[in-house]
Design a protein around this ligand. Structure first.
Ligand code: PLP
Length: 287
């Protein structure tokens, strides 16, 4: 496996970063999770826009143009002979001294890892997920959350721990006011009377690339889609609930906090959107 690290492709064992890197010391950095389907890097431009917007927001200079970065991503897949896979792109503030100030860091560290994908087992797409809401809360719209996909993922890590302890594969975070925000690494949609509703970013959700693709697909199919604030009650009583994310794509939820959603199976709109999403992944991207 070859990893792109600061301008070179190196073997996995040699891909190491300094203990003085502020990404490690302070979580000072940003990242993207991207997916390739049959050699097509799905919505790479949108991922890179989110990355460069995140960088701008935290005053981090990425030492490559967007075009160069697109090329690096495609090249990393090619070097690893992957046409289908998951790409992790990380940009950290770089190596500095122990002080908190980012101004001691001369140059950002940039790395790109491409791997075959580990996704939820196929049967979970057929049965739907059993999920819970957890105590960990999502911050709302300060500069870090939710628009910046930063290396500070402790909230999300805590959600994973809570989910694992409860024996479920994923969990939902509420924000500090109790409104539904998102999963540990996915966005949520509810469907009621054929209308799709997903929380707006300012509730405390990352504006997902998959989420946006699903909004485009659903609107093109004539479904009404609304970005609105909602509570757990709205989730419990929805006709359908599904999650979206680069790794999970579109996955139905069958149970939330013990309440069965709809008839406890992936709903027809969820299935229709998953099928159209998979078709879109083959055409909408960068080669
Ligand atoms: N929410 C969080 C916190 C995430 O980390 C992610 C994804 O990686 C998502 C939502 C889904 O976003 P996307 O569809 O861009 O993968």
């Amino acid at each position: 496996q070859l990893i792109f690290l600061d301008g070179k492709f190196v073997k996995k064992e040699e891909a190491v970063v300094s203990v003085y890197d502020h990404g490690f010391l302070y979580g000072d950095g940003i990242f993207e999770g991207i997916r390739a389907y049959s050699g097509n890097v799905f919505r790479l431009d949108e991922h890179l826009t989110r990355l460069y917007d995140s960088a701008k927001s935290i005053m981090l200079t990425i030492p490559y143009t967007k075009e160069e970065m697109a090329h690096i991503v495609a090249e990393t897949l090619r070097k690893n002979k992957l046409t289908d896979g998951y790409v992790r792109l990380v940009v950290s503030r770089g190596v500095g001294d122990l002080g908190l100030s980012p101004y001691s860091c001369e140059k950002a560290t940039v790395l790109v890892i491409a791997e075959p994908l580990r996704i939820y087992p196929k049967e979970l797409y057929e049965t739907g997920l059993d999920i819970i809401t957890v105590a960990t809360r999502r911050n709302r719209s300060d500069v870090l959350n939710p628009m910046v996909k930063s290396l500070n993922y402790l909230n999300n890590v805590l959600v994973k721990i809570e989910a694992t302890l409860a024996g479920v594969p994923e969990a939902l975070m509420l924000n500090d006011q109790g409104y539904v925000a998102e999963g540990s690494a996915d966005n949520i949609f509810i469907v009621r009377d054929k209308k799709l509703i997903t929380p707006p970013g300012h509730v405390g959700a990352l504006v997902g690339i998959t989420r946006n693709a699903i909004i485009d697909i659903a609107r093109a199919k004539g479904y009404e889609v609304e970005e609105a604030i909602y509570t757990r009650h709205d989730v419990y009583t929805a006709d359908e609930v599904f999650l979206t994310g680069t790794a999970a794509e579109v996955i139905a939820v069958k149970k939330v906090d013990g309440r069965i959603i709809g008839d406890g199976k992936p709903g027809p709109i969820t299935n229709e959107l998953l099928e159209s999403f998979r078709e879109l992944t083959l055409t909408d991207g960068y080669k």
